[in-house]
Each structure stands twice: as structure tokens, then as C-alpha cells.
Write a protein that binds this ligand. Structure first.
Ligand code: NAD
Ligand code: SER
Length: 332
């Protein structure tokens, strides 16, 4: 029997693509896509409902009425947005997670997926290959909610027998929904600007290096850890997972291989201070050993695929698409 799945935050950067993957895997009728505000255009065809995770009774009603046994809880406020509104970040990230865990415990949900982040690390964590067991002393409200969330997930696994599984996603790069207020958003924006205008003003410095992952790998990580046998999940806080690390300047150089006229200016803003506290790369040996994590995309394959997908999407979306400002793409 396929699982009956509820996705929260389904209109976001991850949800807008994960819903389609889950519907392909388990059947469109078995996946309920929810968000505070969600439209049909944002997710693939199937059941779509409004759901605010701040309301426990609404979360319980959705789980009960659709006989849900698996939850992918994605609703959250990301790092940069969280620094602009720290009260909202605390409320949505903590109360939303606790409501999902409480409803899951009371209503007998089998499995919950909840993503943590590289935002759990702070300035005292090793910058290179930050290990699974590094000290977690983040200096952002987002990071604080992720560390507390990881501990809450482990607590509910032990005390309430909710089978919660989690990964610490790096910055995610994708071509469907635009990212929702994170520090790594530049790595998506840069592709839109390269295609639309041939130039980009980056809010991080040229040398800032962060762990990153292409969305197809992130979606595979989510489904792989959720389908793994329970005894393979030895870490019940959250697993480090890595794929690639690059600086903003290295991404500019990679895009320039395809678009030689591409120009980037670097004018760091408040997000630089957040990026400076995160590691350049992380060590994900436990995820590889325990449940077989392997990435498929590095910077070259990701860049090529992003440009292909975005060019197609932007041309289809804009009948009057003006390419005069953008540099010609050449085959690499
Ligand atoms: P996003 O900001 O793109 O989407 C989050 C969604 O949550 C939005 O559609 C928003 O409408 C919804 N939401 C906000 N408040 C809500 C509420 N009260 N009730 C219901 N829905 C609400 O975020 P994303 O990038 O899709 O991230 C999903 C999860 O993955 C988050 O936990 C995030 O911390 C984590 N993550 C993302 C990245 C990344 O690079 N995208 C990296 C690491 C971790
Ligand atoms: N991409 C996310 C952010 O920048 C990392 O969790 O907030």
C-alpha cells in the first residue's frame, strides 16, 4: 500500500517540486499539498488545501480527514527572512514543528520528514568538512530554531515514538519556485539574471564559499531517507548531507563558460554576516554509511541543467521575452 502523504509549505522552493515527485511515486490521490496560501499553478495536479501549521486543530483535521500516515513538514521561515522578523521565525519554525509532531503522535502518523539546515552551525564550527558532531552554536534565529527543532525531533522519536527523519540541507538551487528568503538565494537569482539581463549584483562577496545542492539531489535525499528501514536511521536529530561547495566567484566563472559576456558585481549586504558564520563544506560520512546517501550533481552538471531548464521556462512564460540584453549561450 502506498503511503498517504501530507506536505506542509508545499508552495515553497522545495515543496513545489517535492509534491510532483511524491505524486509520481505514490499516486496523485495519495499526496495532499498544503500551504498557508497555495494555488494550483504552484504544485502538480492533485489535492491542494490551505493549511496554517500554527493551528494545531487545522493540522489534526487535515491528517484525520485524509487518513495521513506520512508528513513532509516544509513550512518555515528561512534565515534572512528570519533575521528580519525573528518573532515570526520562532513562532512558525517552533510552534509549527511542535504542532506537526503533536498531531502525528496523537493520530498515529507513521513517519515525519523535517528538514534542518547548515544554519545549525555557528562561527565556532570547523569551516571545512564540518563534522556531524560539531558544536551547534548558531548566531541566527533561524539556526536557533533548527537546533531546537532537531532536539525536538529526537525527543518525539524517543518519548512519543514518532518516526521523525531529518537532513541538514545545504543551500538549494532549483529552477521551479524561487527561494523564499534565505542566505543562499543568490545561487538561484544569479541564473535568472544571467539569462534575463546578462548581469547580476550579488549580495555576498566573491570569495564566500558555502555548501550547496541541486534540487534533484535534495528531493532524492528526502525520499531515500523516508523509505529507508527504521534501523538504518541511527541519528534522530538530523544528518549532515553534502553535494558540492563553491564560492560566488566560482559560480560566476562556471556560468561564464556558457555565457562569456556575463558580468557580476559584488555588493555584500546583511546576508554576508549570516554566510560568514556557516561552514564552507560539511562532512556527511554518517548519512553515506547509514542510509546510502550519494549526490549526483556537481557544479558543472548543475549549472548546465539549470541554464537549460530556466531558458526553457522563461521563454515559455514570456511570449515577449527579450533576449537582447542577455549574452549568447555557447555549448560547453
Ligand atoms: P520556502 O520559504 O520556499 O517555503 C516555505 C513555505 O512555507 C512557503 O510556501 C510559505 O508560504 C509556507 N509557510 C510559511 N508559514 C506558514 C504557515 N504558518 N503555515 C503553512 N505554511 C507556511 O522554503 P523552502 O526552501 O521550501 O524550505 C522548506 C524547508 O527546508 C524549511 O524547513 C527550510 O528551513 C528547509 N531548508 C531549505 C533550504 C533551501 O535552500 N531552500 C536549505 C536548508 C533547509
Ligand atoms: N538556504 C537556506 C537559507 O539560506 C539554508 O537553510 O536560509
Amino acid at each position: 500500500m502506498p503511503p498517504k502523504v501530507l506536505v506542509t509549505g508545499a508552495a515553497g522552493q522545495i515543496g513545489s517540486e517535492l509534491v510532483g515527485v511524491l505524486r509520481d511515486r505514490y499516486g496523485a490521490g495519495n499526496v495532499v499539498a498544503t500551504d498557508k496560501a497555495v494555488t494550483r499553478a504552484q504544485v502538480s495536479a492533485g489535492i491542494i488545501e490551505p493549511l496554517d501549521v500554527m493551528h494545531l486543530s487545522s493540522v489534526e483535521r487535515a491528517i484525520r480527514s485524509h487518513h495521513v500516515d506520512t508528513v513532509f513538514h516544509l513550512a518555515a521561515i528561512l534565515s534572512a527572512a528570519g533575521e528580519s522578523n525573528s518573532d515570526l521565525a520562532w513562532d512558525v519554525n517552533m510552534d509549527g514543528l511542535k504542532n506537526v509532531l503533536d498531531a502525528s503522535s496523537r493520530l498515529g502518523v507513521d513517519r515525519v520528514f523535517w528538514p534542518s539546515s547548515i544554519g545549525v552551525f555557528g562561527p565556532d564550527a570547523p569551516k571545512d568538512r564540518a563534522p556531524q558532531g560539531a558544536a551547534l552554536n548558531p548566531s541566527t534565529m533561524y539556526g536557533i530554531t533548527k537546533v531546537a527543532g532537531e532536539l525536538l525531533c529526537a525527543y518525539y522519536s524517543q518519548k512519543h515514538r514518532v518516526d521523525v527523519r531529518s537532513v541538514r540541507f545545504p543551500g538549494l538551487i532549483s529552477s521551479e519556485a524561487k527561494p523564499g528568503g534565505g542566505t543562499t538565494d543568490y545561487a538561484v537569482e544569479i541564473f535568472y539574471s544571467a539569462i534575463q539581463s546578462g548581469e547580476y549584483t550579488c549580495f555576498l562577496s566573491k570569495g564566500t564559499t558555502l555548501p550547496m545542492m541541486y534540487m534533484p539531489d535534495a528531493l532524492r535525499a528526502a525520499t531515500t531517507i523516508m523509505e529507508a528501514d527504521p534501523e538504518k536511521i541511527r541519528i534522530r536529530t538530523s544528518y549532515n548531507i553534502g553535494a558540492m561547495s563553491f564560492s560566488a566567484g566560482e559560480l560566476e566563472a562556471e556560468i561564464s563558460k556558457h555565457m562569456p559576456g556575463f558580468r557580476v558585481k559584488y555588493i555584500p549586504d546583511s546576508r554576508q554576516a549570516i554566510a560568514d558564520t556557516w561552514p564552507r563544506s560539511i562532512d556527511d560520512a554518517p548519512a553515506r554509511k547509514d542510509w546510502g546517501w550519494r549526490e549526483k550533481y556537481g557544479i558543472g552538471a548543475m549549472t548546465s541543467d539549470m541554464l537549460d531548464k530556466l531558458e526553457t521556462k522563461l521563454k515559455a512564460g514570456q511570449k515577449t521575452f527579450n533576449t537582447t540584453g542577455s549574452p549568447a549561450r555557447r555549448n560547453v
